[in-house]
Write a protein that binds this ligand. Sequence first.
Ligand code: NDP
Ligand code: GDR
Length: 361
Amino acid sequence: MKKALITGITGQDGAYLAEFLLKKGYEVHGVKRRVSLFNTARIEQLYRDPHEKAVNFFLHYGDLTDAANLIRIMQEVQPDEVYNLAAQSHVKVSFEMPEYTVSSDAIGTLRLLEAIRILGLTEKVRFYQASTSELFGKVQEVPQRETTPFYPSSPYAAAKLYAYWITVNYREAYNIFACNGILFNHESPLRGETFVTRKITRGVARIKLGLEDTLYLGNLNARRDWGFAGDYVEAMWLMLQQDRPDDYVIATGESHSVREFVELAFANVGIKIEWRGAGLDEIGVDSATGQVLVRVDPRYFRPTEVDLLLGDAAKAKAKLGWTPKVTFPELVKMMVQADLEQANRDVLCRSHGFPISSYAE
Ligand code: NDP
Ligand code: GDR
């Protein structure tokens, strides 16, 4: 039985990847952070009571900012494959916490690679690094592919740039089977609530069910290549099953604006959005009732923005046989439906006098 170690297992991708690997028969180990509330909601269904026999899913307390801890976990688990998904992954937050972002996203990757080297596991372990389309940043070429020059435009992207190159360097210097997956945005019902897609689908569901009135957003014109996270974790695994390590762009090859995402999400609940005004005064209005449903709030603007991401995953298709399965309209529909279910539960709770969270960020 192969053993996989996943950092960031409690995140969106960690949850999909853990499920995928368990189905493939792997023994899966995950690194979770100590926090004051449970942070395992996304992997609840995978959890087995550790007192049961034949458990193949294990969680270890750890943090990418703690080298000794990573070495101990790596020594205990002796994994065949390591998937480094842990990161302070929010681009806007990275402007507020640049040093922490570097410590976890850049130096954290180095700490893991060093753990592999120190423990003499360079020949045994295959290493996946969660690289990102944010590396392309300020537009140099469209579509973006493996050979497109990088121009990171946030502390997050600059930290991930270091992680990208240290992964390449350890592959070349120590012969580690190490790969960078340069993944474009991928979303799902498990997406964190503060990323724009989930913020929109959650807002749309809550507005539809009367829990909220208005959705406040930043730059409506940014364009992203949005795919489905479930499809993308398969590409991570495929990279580590090849004869030779390499770096791959994973994308759908379609780009849509935040504005289009908003329109489609509202269309899924039967609301047609009409845009009025411009700039900071632009509003999205329910064309049937005239009610203002979307407003622009500059606090969601970034000091430097990435305007356009559109990926070319031709190499992944040719070498890994990977193509995305879920289309953009299917993705939006899937996310809106999941958030409608959640909002319905909130409506039910509220009608029985239980408090519900109204936090929106
Ligand atoms: P999430 O933000 O959903 O998950 C991040 C995970 O990392 C969580 O499990 C989080 O723990 C954990 N984490 C954060 N900081 C640390 C730390 N210092 N030590 C240990 N664990 C930590 O991200 P995604 O699942 O969306 O993304 C996975 C990876 O892929 C990230 O590295 C991200 O930067 C990268 N990426 C994501 C893309 C996307 O579109 N989703 C595209 C390209 C790259 P906790 O649950 O406790 O917060
Ligand atoms: P991104 O994702 O920065 O691409 O990083 P996010 O969903 O945060 O932003 C996408 C675009 O939407 C614009 N936007 C808003 N974004 C947020 N979060 N909130 C808003 O209210 C809002 N309004 C408009 C943003 O300005 C941006 O242009 C994600 C993360 O998962 C990274 O970890 C990953 O590396 C990249 O995708 C690929």
